[in-house]
Ligand binder design. Structure first.
Ligand code: SAM
Ligand code: DTB
Ligand code: SF4
Length: 326
């Protein structure tokens, strides 16, 4: 399978706009070249620091400037994180993603505590992912040294649409952090959101940015906006399923080796809609009854879905040769 980094906007536009069933079929063919196509990577999310964020991301219920029902919570204790990680592991998750409502990481005691959490959870045999906002290269290295496996940092939308959604940091800031993450040899998790009010062209441009990176992100989360009361996007209409399918299928075709994650928005999707997403090449989900602050299907429901569809959860560190506990 050839991996291309030179996709043109026109090529991606043609793929994205092809008749929906042709697109799904083509993506399914690409996906089936991967011998593990029926394995789904299961990540569980914990919000280790919730709300009170000073950024203005207009989709986010954790931004301090919007009045939402999210309660501000300081950094979670190590014990609580371990307990949550144990539950996630027992329920079949292979990756634990710890999210903090920070603009960026600061070199302080809170970061030291996060490093401790990373190392404890890694020692439990789970792949650790963090999403803590902007990072310097040194901070990325510290995470790596503590046993962090992946870092999630989304570009969220196209560079053209970025300033309509967020003004407190820019697209370049995001790309810089992603470079630091890659340089520190962390697995890169980077995708975006649909349903922000963007056009199809913004979606295509976002996929173009991801698929023309020097290395494709190892995982690409495709989130459907969860419209939360009190945020500027509270009245946005839910994206229709064809948009999710086009995003997933196009990502699968242009980034054939990446894990494509059917991320936020599953709670509002039927089993049949999710099945189409797996057919279109999605091979990862967030599982557990909560994403960061919003509801998600519970583990049992997802395991029943897997059984029905003939899918299995992927084991932690599969195909990784050098995993070490620290
Ligand atoms: N504060 C850090 C940051 O922004 O990088 C990490 C956590 S942040 C909540 C992680 C990602 O979650 C965002 O980049 C965005 O893509 C996604 N997200 C946040 N709120 C969402 C929502 N309401 N619906 C869908 N995705 C959302
Ligand atoms: C990602 O792409 N989606 C996750 C994770 N990375 C951090 C977050 C989704 C958040 C949905 C809104 C919430 O629950 O607060
Ligand atoms: Fe803060 Fe992240 Fe939410 Fe933006 S997405 S407001 S940076 S927690």
């Amino acid at each position: 399978m050839t991996i291309r980094h030179d996709w043109s906007l026109g090529e991606i536009r043609d793929i994205y706009n092809s008749p929906l069933l042709d697109l799904i079929f083509k993506a399914a063919l690409v996906h089936r070249e991967n011998k593990s196509y029926a394995e789904v990577q299961v990540s569980s999310l914990i919000s280790i620091k919730t709300g009170g964020c000073k950024e203005d991301c207009s989709y986010c219920p954790q931004a301090a400037r919007y009045t939402t029902d999210v309660e501000v919570e300081p950094l979670m204790s190590l014990e609580k994180v371990i307990a949550r990680a144990e539950t996630a592991k027992a329920n079949g998750a292979s990756r634990l993603c710890m999210g903090a409502a920070w603009r960026e990481v600061r070199d302080n005691r809170d970061f030291d505590r996060v490093l401790e959490m990373v190392s404890e959870v890694n020692n439990m045999g789970l792949e650790v992912c963090c999403t803590l906002g902007m990072l310097t290269y040194e901070q990325a290295q510290k995470l790596k040294d503590a046993g962090c496996f992946a870092y999630n940092h989304n570009i969220d939308t196209s560079s053209d649409n970025y300033n309509n959604i967020i003004t407190t940091r820019n697209f370049e800031d995001r790309l810089n952090t992603l470079n630091n993450v890659r340089k520190a040899k962390l697995s890169v998790c980077c995708g975006g959101i649909v349903g922000l009010g963007e056009t199809d062209d913004d979606r295509i441009k976002m996929l173009h940015t991801l698929s023309t990176m020097e290395e494709h992100p190892d995982s690409v989360p495709i989130n459907a906006l969860v419209a939360v009361k009190g945020t500027p996007l509270e009245n946005n209409e839910r994206v229709t399923i064809d948009v999710m399918l086009r995003m997933i299928a196009t990502a699968r075709i242009i980034m054939p080796k990446s894990v494509v994650r059917l991320s936020a928005g599953r709670n509002e999707m039927s089993l049949a809609e999710q099945a189409l997403c797996f057919m279109a090449g999605a091979n990862s989900i967030f599982a557990g009854e909560k994403l960061l602050t919003t509801p998600n299907p519970d583990f049992d429901e997802d395991m029943q879905m897997f059984k029905l569809l003939g899918l299995t959860p992927r084991k932690a560190f599969k195909d990784v040769h050098e995993h070490q506990t620290v």
